[in-house]
Design a protein around this ligand. Structure first.
Ligand code: ADP
Length: 445
C-alpha cells in the first residue's frame, strides 16, 4: 500500500519536474505547469467518474482496467463486494433453512412485536388461528384471537403458565399457548394442539363429577338407616353400638368427601360459574363465624379484624368455601389454647384476606404440595380431624377464579398464616363505592 502511494507521488513529481524543464526551455514555465496540474486534475476526475459509474451500474462486473492508486481502489472495493455477497448468500441460505424448518413444525410459531402486532408466523399457526398472509400482518393478535381468557393472559402478560383455549378457526380443537418475551419485549408465541389431552382431562373431570353424584343417593339411604338404628342403639349389644357410631362417623366423612369433590368439579368447569358481584367482606365473615361456632371449643380464641366498609368483587359461594376452609383448618390444626386471627387489610395495590393461627405449623418441604388433591402432611392427623384433603385444592381454584394469589407462611410448632392476595381491580371500600355511585349519578344528569 505504502509503495503504491510512494510510486504515485514520485511519478507525479517526475512529471512536474519534466514540465518545469520544458517550461524553462520554452520560456512559458507557468503555463506549462498549470497545464500539467489541470491535466492531472482532469485525470483524477475522470477516474472518479469511472469509479462512480462502475459502482452504480456494473458493481457486480469486474472493475475497469486501470493502474496506480485507482487500480488498487477498484480492486479493493471489488474484493470487499465479493466477500459481502458471499456472506449475504450464506445468511440467506441459513434463514431459508430456519424458515423452512419452522414452517414444517407441527407446533405453531408466531413472532409479534412488543405491542402484540403480528410480524411473522408459520403454517401451523396460520392453520390453528386462521391467520392469512399478508392481510393479518401488523394486526394485533388480540384482534384475531377474540377470547376473554386470551385477552387477559396477553394484556396482563401472565406468561408464567401456559393457557389452553378453543381454536378460533377449527371447531373442537383446543390449543395450548405459551409466550416468551425476547429482545425488546417482543413476543415469541408457541401454539400446541392439546385436544386429545384436553378431552382426556374432561373425561376425568366428568367421571369424578358423575361418580360423586351417583354416590350421593346410596349414601343418603345408608345414613338414613344408620340414624334409625342409632335411635334404638341402647337396645343393641355393646359391640354393635360401637359399630353404629363408627359407621355414622365414616358416612359423615364420606358425605363431606363427596360434597368437596362435587364442589371441585363445579369450580373446574368454568362455564358453570355464577356471575361475580361486589360483596361486603364483613357479610362473608359473618356467615363463616356462624358456620365456625359449633366446631369451636372453649379452648380456642377466634378473633376477627374486618373493616365494615371493605368490599370484594367475586362469587359469594366460592369465596365462602375458600375462606371457611382456611378458618376451619386453622381451628382443626390448632391444639387447645390456640389463637386464630382472621384479618382483611387493603391498600391501593391489593386486598389481603388472611387467617393466622398459633397451631401445629407445617414443615417448609410440604408447603408447595399443600394445594394438591388429597395431600395431607400427616395422614393420621387428617383422618382424626375428619379432613378430606381437598380443602386447599378448593381454595386454590377459588383464588385462581378471582385473579388472586395464595401465600402460605408456616413454621412447625409456631403456627401458620394463609393469605389470599386480591388485585386492586377486585377491591374497594364503601366510601369509594359511594363516590363512584355519585359520579355515575352526576354523569347521568
Ligand atoms: P384437610 O381436609 O386434610 O384439612 P386441606 O387440603 O384443607 O385438607 O389441607 C391439606 C393439609 O394441609 C392438611 O391435611 C394439613 O396437614 C395441612 N394444613 C392445612 N391447614 C393447616 C394449618 N392451618 N395448620 C397446619 N397444617 C395445615
Amino acid at each position: 500500500m505504502k509503495t503504491i502511494w510512494r510510486n504515485t507521488i514520485l511519478r507525479w513529481l517526475i512529471g512536474l519536474a519534466a514540465c518545469i524543464t520544458i517550461g524553462l526551455v520554452l520560456g512559458h514555465l507557468l503555463a506549462v505547469v498549470l497545464l500539467y496540474v489541470l491535466g492531472t486534475l482532469y485525470w483524477q476526475f475522470y477516474q472518479l467518474y469511472t469509479f462512480h459509474h462502475w459502482l452504480r451500474h456494473s458493481g457486480r462486473k469486474a472493475p475497469p482496467e486501470t493502474s496506480g492508486i485507482w487500480g488498487e481502489v477498484f480492486d479493493s472495493v471489488y474484493r470487499l463486494q465479493k466477500k459481502q455477497r458471499k456472506s449475504k448468500r450464506r445468511m440467506r441460505q441459513a434463514l431459508t433453512r430456519i424458515e423452512s424448518s419452522t414452517a414444517a413444525l407441527k407446533e405453531g410459531v408466531i413472532m409479534a412485536d412488543n405491542q402484540g402486532n403480528l410480524e411473522w408466523w408459520n403454517n401451523s399457526a396460520a392453520h390453528f388461528l386462521g391467520l392469512m398472509r399478508p392481510v393479518d400482518r401488523g394486526q394485533a393478535i388480540t384482534n384475531i384471537v377474540r377470547n376473554p381468557d386470551f385477552f387477559r393472559y396477553f394484556s396482563q402478560k401472565r406468561f408464567g403458565e401456559p393457557l389452553v383455549i378453543k381454536s378460533p378457526a377449527k371447531s373442537g380443537v383446543y390449543l395450548e399457548i405459551q409466550t416468551t418475551l425476547y429482545d425488546k419485549n417482543d413476543h415469541l408465541i408457541f401454539i400446541r394442539d392439546v385436544t386429545r389431552l384436553h378431552l382426556l382431562e374432561q373425561m376425568r373431570k366428568d367421571f369424578v363429577a358423575n361418580a360423586s353424584h351417583e354416590l350421593k343417593t346410596p349414601l343418603t339411604v345408608i345414613k338414613g338407616y344408620l340414624e334409625t338404628l342409632s335411635m334404638f342403639k341402647d337396645s343393641l349389644p355393646a359391640s354393635m353400638q360401637k359399630g353404629i357410631v363408627n359407621m355414622s362417623d365414616q358416612s359423615e366423612r364420606m358425605e363431606h368427601l363427596i360434597e368437596d369433590l362435587l364442589l371441585l368439579s363445579r369450580l373446574e368447569s368454568n362455564d358453570k360459574r355464577e356471575v361475580d358481584q361486589w360483596l361486603k367482606v364483613s357479610d362473608l365473615i359473618q356467615a363463616i363465624q356462624k358456620m365456625a361456632s359449633p366446631i369451636l371449643t372453649d379452648q380456642h380464641q377466634l378473633t376477627f379484624d374486618i373493616p365494615e366498609d371493605a368490599r370484594l368483587y367475586g362469587s359469594f359461594k366460592e369465596l365462602y368455601s375458600a375462606f371457611s376452609n382456611l378458618v376451619v383448618n386453622a381451628i382443626k390444626y390448632s391444639p387447645d389454647g390456640g389463637e386464630i386471627t382472621v384479618m382483611w387489610e387493603a391498600n391501593e395495590f391489593s386486598g389481603v384476606f388472611s387467617v393466622q393461627d398459633t397451631g401445629l405449623g407445617i414443615e417448609p418441604r410440604y408447603i408447595p404440595r399443600l394445594t394438591e388433591r388429597f395431600f395431607r402432611v400427616d395422614k393420621g392427623r387428617g383422618s382424626k380431624t375428619g379432613g378430606t384433603g381437598l380443602g386447599l385444592a378448593i381454595v386454590k381454584h377459588v383464588i385462581l377464579h378471582h385473579d388472586a394469589k395464595l401465600q402460605i407462611r408456616s413454621q412447625p410448632g409456631f403456627g401458620s398464616t394463609f393469605s389470599c392476595h386480591f388485585p386492586a381491580s377486585r377491591i374497594r371500600t364503601d366510601a369509594f363505592a359511594l363516590e363512584s355511585d355519585t359520579e355515575a349519578l352526576k354523569s347521568s344528569d
